[in-house]
Design a protein around this ligand. Structure first.
Ligand code: NAP
Length: 249
């Protein structure tokens, strides 16, 4: 998977929603999916960033994307349901869902962890992906070959001191991923669900988590794209309920 070489038209005619599509890994994933033929629905909270991704995709001549401005911290159940209705009206189905948006919160011992920050991290990193998936399951079932990817982390598989709500939120996402993999795995609808740990990657979140680290020692998001493409395309059919990693280190 990490060395996967995607055929050029891997995602032709596929409708794929990427959360946190304006920056970091999500931005590169959205552009990469579009470059492989997908119509990408760009979800995020900073409209100017989404518009610049939109412009880049359009300028490259890839399928015209769509923008869904949504703040995952404040969005209500009805916002997700209205969004699902809009996607249904425009596309009739959803072939891929990359849960990529996330926040770090603070690095501190549990004893001192700020409760408000805890709630915000759990809202953005766990409750929002739950609400989004819940609203989109009927559209994923319409695909006949849909893929859902949850973005995990090393500390979501083995907790480490001071990672607080972020680590707990990623453990919860792993749980949600496994639940859905078991619930949605039927031969008629073929919805596969996996978690993917990108590994250390040069983005704003990584710099915030490790301010003293030399950012150049980490790979760019582009280096992860073989795994992101593999899991989103038809070659990963039958891969379900796995905890995967986009880097070997
Ligand atoms: P990033 O550069 O901080 O980007 C995060 C994205 O999520 C941004 O587009 C951000 O939007 C969006 N987002 C944050 N809060 C949001 C909200 N309330 N509503 C809507 N969108 C929101 O992070 P990244 O490093 O690319 O991380 C992507 C994923 O990989 C995350 O789930 C992260 O936990 C995981 N991960 C990253 C690393 C790493 O080394 N980078 C390692 C392990 C796991 P704005 O730009 O508008 O704020």
């Amino acid at each position: 998977m990490q060395n996967y070489q995607a055929p050029e038209g891997l995602l032709t005619d596929r409708i794929i929603l990427v959360t946190g599509a304006g920056d970091g890994i999500g931005r590169v994933a959205a552009k990469t999916y579009a470059a492989h033929g997908a119509t990408v629905i760009l979800l995020g909270r900073t409209i100017s960033k989404l518009e610049s991704v939109y412009d880049e995709i359009e300028a490259a001549g890839h399928p015209k994307p769509a923008i869904v401005p949504l703040n995952l911290e404040g969005a209500a159940v009805k916002d997700y349901e209205e969004m699902a209705m809009t996607i249904e009206q425009n596309f009739g189905r959803l072939d891929g869902l990359l849960h990529n948006a996330g926040i770090l919160g603070t690095r501190s011992p549990v004893e001192l962890y700020d409760p408000e920050t805890w709630t915000r991290v759990m809202q953005v990193n766990v409750t929002a992906p739950f609400l989004l998936t819940r609203a989109l399951i009927p559209l994923l079932r319409q695909s006949g070959d849909a893929s859902v990817i949850f973005s995990s982390s090393g500390v979501g598989r083995k907790a480490k001191a001071y990672w607080g709500a972020y680590a707990v939120s990623k453990f919860a996402l792993e749980g949600l991923s496994q639940l859905l993999a078991d619930e949605l795995d039927d031969e008629r609808h073929n919805v596969r669900v996996n978690s993917l740990n990108p590994g250390a990657t040069r983005t704003s979140m990584r710099i915030m988590a490790y301010p003293a680290e030399n950012p150049n020692q980490n790979v760019n998001p582009d280096a992860l794209m073989p795994s992101y493409l593999y899991l989103m395309g038809a070659d990963s059919r039958g891969v379900n309920g796995q905890q995967l990693s986009a880097q070997s280190k």
